[in-house]
Design a protein around this ligand. Structure first.
Ligand code: ABU
Length: 371
């Protein structure tokens, strides 16, 4: 269980304990995948991404890699060990007996694929066809960890079939409009059906004995039930954020910073009845600061709320994207030391600082924060 820089130990139970070992993604060969149901549902109707696909422009890949490399160096300078994935050829199609799509996505961001719970790293089912093989980018690391850490549990959730039955056809119409999307989100009617368990790892937040999981586009109720059965010693809680017309991944919506303190996106407020477990146990949920930008960068799937997609290094220190000045100011007022990281030009590759990383080792054990 003790950490050593020379030999991997996998151990991470929450989002805030001191970080000692992490994976940082790479932008190599990232693609904008062809149209497919779950991905299209996430792309806003007026987005510059609509209707185009293929390899991302090389200069944007180079720039994103430059920033990811610098981020990795910044973490190393703070004593965090950093591993990087081995990119596969993302131009290759994904073909199974059930579907075909002409290209893949990339090896960004790792947080979407890998869920670390204690000594286990679980490969998520994923819910986009173009991301079906994404776990392969991380297999060399998983093999290495398995060799080095006799307690490491390398797990993979059942690969989903991702037939058309996995997606509600209503979401495939060209012009749905934000009002309709908000109504559907409030009704918990999302693009994915309940055909089979689906989840992305980035829909899960770890609070020691408790896992908080967003039900939305990328994670369905069967996916949450699968997690519940897979982690029988955990309490698994389902949460929704009805103010989000494109609900994928919880980490630009709900961000725990330390025991007792969570940032919540003010446009995607956690409903009152779902706040109870936090309030009963003395946790404070505060509205996050506004993003510094009105628009995401070009060719970006994510919203401007990547502002709150921060990486907590320990309960007193947090990495915030350099241009997100309001978010940094709020962290400062909350008593956290802010480490500025320049990453905005990599946002288009799948997310911010939390998305771009996956935990390998944080100090500490499995605590019960909600007794
Ligand atoms: N991967 C996080 C994206 C969430 C958002 O677009 O707000």
């Amino acid at each position: 269980m003790a950490w050593s820089p020379d030999k991997t130990t996998v151990n991470s139970w929450n989002e805030w304990d001191p970080l000692r070992h992490v994976i940082v993604g790479r932008a190599d060969d990232c693609h904008i995948p062809p149209e497919e149901p779950a991905l299209d549902a996430k792309v806003p109707e007026d987005s510059d991404m609509r209707g185009q696909w293929g390899k991302r422009p090389q200069e944007t890949i180079d720039r994103a890699n430059e920033l990811l490399d610098k981020f990795a160096d910044q973490l190393r300078a703070r004593g965090v060990k950093v591993d990087r994935p081995t990119p596969i050829d993302h131009s290759l199609p994904v073909t199974t007996p059930d579907f075909h799509t002409a290209s893949q996505f990339g090896c960004m961001p790792p947080r979407d694929v890998l869920l670390t719970v204690g000594s286990e790293i679980l490969e998520a089912t994923m819910s986009y066809r173009c991301r079906w093989f994404e776990y392969l980018n991380y297999r060399p690391l998983m093999q290495q960890y398995w060799e080095e850490d006799p307690k490491f549990r390398h797990e993979a959730a059942p690969k989903p079939r991702l037939t058309d039955a996995d997606y509600h056809p209503d979401y495939l119409s060209e012009k749905i409009g934000v009002e309709k999307r908000l109504q559907w989100a409030a009704e918990k009617f999302f693009v994915t059906t309940e055909e089979e368990p689906l989840f992305d790892a980035a829909d899960v937040l770890r609070f020691g004995r408790d896992l908080v999981v967003q039900h939305g586009f990328t994670t369905n109720l069967k996916g949450i039930e699968w997690l519940r059965r897979h982690f029988p010693d955990h309490r698994v809680h389902t949460v929704n954020f009805p103010g989000d017309p494109y609900p994928i991944h919880i980490d630009a919506t709900f961000t725990p910073l330390r025991p007792g303190l969570i940032l919540n996106n003010p446009q995607r407020r956690l409903p009152d009845d779902q706040r109870e477990m936090f309030h009963k146990n003395g946790w404070e949920i505060v509205d996050s600061a506004q993003p510094a930008h009105n628009q995401p960068p070009p060719l970006c799937y994510s919203s401007v709320w990547l502002s709150m997609n921060v990486l907590v290094l320990d309960p007193k220190t947090v990495c915030v994207e350099k241009s997100e000045v309001y978010q940094a100011d709020q962290m400062d007022k909350l008593g956290l030391e802010v480490v500025e990281v320049d990453l905005r030009d990599a946002y288009a590759f799948g997310g911010g600082l939390h998305c771009s990383t996956a935990d390998v080792y944080r100090e500490g054990g499995c605590e019960d924060y909600f007794p």
